[in-house]
Design a protein around this ligand. Structure first.
Ligand SMILES: Nc1ncnc2c1ncn2[C@@H]1O[C@H](COP(=O)(O)OP(=O)(O)OP(=O)(O)O)[C@@H](O)[C@H]1O
Ligand SMILES: [Mg+2]
Ligand SMILES: [Mg+2]
Length: 665
């Protein structure tokens, strides 16, 4: 729907337009205080104190007894082959059969791959690290016992151990990076572990694949339990505008039907409290509702469902603009070409109530980029991470028709001739934002001290957890999938927090000083956590403590919350009905028949869907042979699938110069 006069056909995909990546400084951005992250009811794991994150030796020793039997993993060459995890208690002899001990320090280095990145920290921090080191030392000791009982390296366990090896040219382990977003950081990380980069996008013998664009082949050839693959195949449930809207609506419906305890009810977020009122324009009744309710006292913002960087966005303020939008939408719907070839139709759009009174920083509009990390999908281990604030260059004027004062995206700001001169002022660290709000608003607005790291952080975490729970039962999961999702929040002048959207493939550029501080730490901890959680899942080790957890805060621990069942030697991951924030509605998962030998891994990994949004985008069947008829009967087809999402279904090359599907700011 090329609705905007200047934009023409909206972009389905876009190339990574940013300047070449600055050399990544392999420096952890440090540990940000998040005092507000601590108190949240299960399953939102408030992990405020380090003590809470790092259980004592006794607790860890429990996990040390949960190691797999030798030969437990039967590797599959294709995900559609039968893949068996045999898990069970080890025999005593396994636990006791110690191998000669390696250096404790070396072990710590192995478990915390970017330990050396912290060497530039101040001495007080070093003190803290020293005591943490000694704790890690104890943990490492216990883990060594586990290690002694493990089978030879044949899977993800090797991801950690192989970090110690000297590179063996041409023999791997290999990693593949598709695209340029964050490439040098990811590459440095992997090379520091002794892995070798392959440029062969079809290489199946990789340990890690990090692609900007999702490609069906990647998911079909994925070897569960042996590889790490960036992006959940159907993350569009969160990361397209229509996907997120549909998921939140469906979740709201489910919650409204659930019999919740009054105390639980009070804690459950309501969509309208954090998500600006939004309408889909690709559904006739819905857009009609919008056209009817529109009046000129309010501004609306119209966005394509799956574009980023502010592309194709425009504001709607007048009846004339609404009439033009109405006519354009109708003409697309009536166009015989699009009727015959709906895949040619422009991307579907939403209109969203424009937050007209944003909080301003020195007169400029801003939004906050934070991260939702799904480090492990089997079980879910989901984290929150701080990012940074993005400011416009020009002063905010709600009546201005210049979009650069309304859209805070870096991509839009880069178009300003003064950008190169003033770019450092367009990205603030969260500490800077916190100081500013303390200084300017704490007294006048009666805010608690460090509002950014207390109230605001907690609200972002609650909203993210709510969104995750909304799609949890529908995400396609396998052990080894992981995802980093960029979440954009707007604060209004009343300090109300709004979620604007979530993004796949978030921008990982480091073209500003603040980004150099923040981004490498985010990427490296993402990889550390993905490796550690996958390894622990594979070997039935307790997830906590997470030795590589630094800046990220655990939001959801599926190990303790979700239900695991083992059937016929096959570990399945069954999920209770949606909202785990309402214990009263949780039901045991229905019994499942033992899988037959032809069971497709992706089918096994398919969630047990208890009900699906009528508006939900149809899920992409990623496994050959899985016909549309095998879809859950509760799922209804979407009235329209946006262009970019259909693009995802195509088999596309993921060469190093692949275009960016996600959001490079
Ligand atoms: N409802 C809203 N009210 C006020 N401002 C908004 C609203 N929605 C979006 N914006 C502004 O427009 C910008 C772009 O919107 P949005 O992030 O939804 O689009 P995008 O094209 O996906 O951008 P991104 O590059 O962040 O992925 C936001 O960063 C924000 O500054
Ligand atoms: Mg976006
Ligand atoms: Mg955005």
């Amino acid at each position: 729907m090329a609705l905007h006069p200047q934009t023409g056909r909206p972009h389905g995909h876009h190339r990574d337009e940013s300047e070449p990546l600055a050399e990544a400084t392999a420096q952890d951005a440090g540990r940000h205080p998040s005092p507000g992250c601590t108190e949240a009811p299960c399953p939102i794991q408030g992990l405020g104190s380090r003590a809470a994150r790092r259980p004592q030796r006794g607790i860890v020793s429990t996990s040390s007894s949960r190691v797999p039997r030798p030969g437990a993993l039967m590797p599959a060459t294709r995900s559609c082959s039968r893949f068996i995890h045999c898990r069970g208690q080890p025999s005593r002899t396994h636990v006791n059969s110690k191998r000669p001990k390696r250096s404790r320090i070396q072990r710590c280095h192995t478990l915390v791959p970017d330990w050396t990145h912290e060497k530039r920290m101040g001495s007080s921090v070093k003190e803290g690290l020293r005591s943490e080191l000694s704790h890690l030392d104890q943990v490492a000791d216990l883990l060594e016992e586990e290690e002694a009982a493990r089978p030879p390296v044949a899977s993800l366990e090797g991801l950690l151990l192989e970090g110690d090896k000297q590179p063996n040219p041409g023999q791997g382990p290999f990693f593949y990076i598709g695209g340029t977003n964050g490439a040098s950081i990811i590459s440095n990380y992997c090379e520091s572990k002794g892995w070798q980069r392959t440029q062969d996008s079809r290489c199946e013998d990789y340990k890690l694949k990090w692609c900007e664009i999702k490609c069906r082949d990647n998911y079909c050839s994925f070897r569960e339990g042996q590889q790490l693959l960036f992006q959940l195949p159907n993350n569009k449930l969160l990361t397209t505008k229509i996907g997120l809207l549909s998921a939140l609506r469906e979740h709201a419906r489910t919650l409204s039907k659930a019999k919740l305890l009054p105390s639980t009810q009070a804690k459950v977020l309501k969509m309208e409290e954090f998500f600006p009122e939004t309408y889909r324009l690709d559904i006739r009744d819905e857009r009609q509702n919008f056209f009817t309710l529109f009046d000129e006292t309010q501004i609306w913002i119209c966005k394509p469902t799956a574009s980023n960087q502010g592309k194709g966005i425009f504001l709607i303020r007048t009846q004339e603009e609404v009439a033009a939008l109405q006519a354009k939408t109708q003409s697309i719907e009536d166009d015989p070409i699009y009727c015959k070839m709906p895949f040619r139709a422009p991307q579907a759009r939403v209109v969203q109530r424009y937050v007209q009174n944003p909080l301003l920083l020195d007169g400029k509009k801003f939004d906050v980029r934070s991260y939702l990390l799904i480090a492990c999908a089997m079980p879910y281990m989901v984290f929150f991470g701080h990012g940074y604030a993005r400011l416009t260059l020009s002063l905010y004027d709600p009546n201005s028709s210049d979009l650069s004062g309304h859209l805070t995206n870096q991509f839009i700001q880069k178009k300003n001739p003064l950008y190169m001169l003033l770019k450092e002022s367009t990205v603030w660290s969260m500490e800077h934002l916190n100081r500013y709000i303390n200084d300017k608003f704490r007294k006048t607005k009666g805010l608690p001290r460090d509002w950014v790291f207390t109230t605001f952080t907690k609200q972002m975490q609650q909203i993210m957890a709510h969104c995750f729970l909304a799609v949890k039962s529908k995400l396609e999961c396998k052990l080894g999938y992981f995802d980093l999702i960029g979440c954009d929040f707007l604060i209004d002048e009343n300090f109300k927090v709004w979620l604007l959207e979530m993004n796949s493939n978030p921008a990982l550029h480091t073209n500003c000083e603040v980004l150099k501080e923040v981004i490498p730490g985010v990427v490296m901890e993402t990889l550390d956590l993905a490796i550690e959680t996958c390894q622990k899942s594979l070997y039935s080790q307790k997830m906590l403590p997470l030795l590589s957890q630094r800046r990220f805060v655990l939001l959801y621990n599926g190990e303790t919350t979700d239900q695991w069942t083992r059937m016929g030697g096959l570990r399945t991951f069954s999920r209770p009905p949606p909202a785990v924030d309402q214990p009263s509605v949780r039901k045991p998962a229905p019994p499942r028949a033992a899988p037959g030998p032809l069971l497709c891994a992706s089918r096994r990994s398919r969630p047990l869907v208890s009900g699906c949004a009528p508006e939900a985008e149809p899920e992409v069947s990623l496994c050959p042979g899985q016909s549309a008829s095998s879809r859950d009967p509760a799922e209804e087809p979407s009235p329209g699938t946006p262009e970019e999402e259909r693009e995802e279904d195509k088999v596309r090359p993921t060469g190093p110069r692949g275009s960016v599907h996600g959001d490079p700011m």
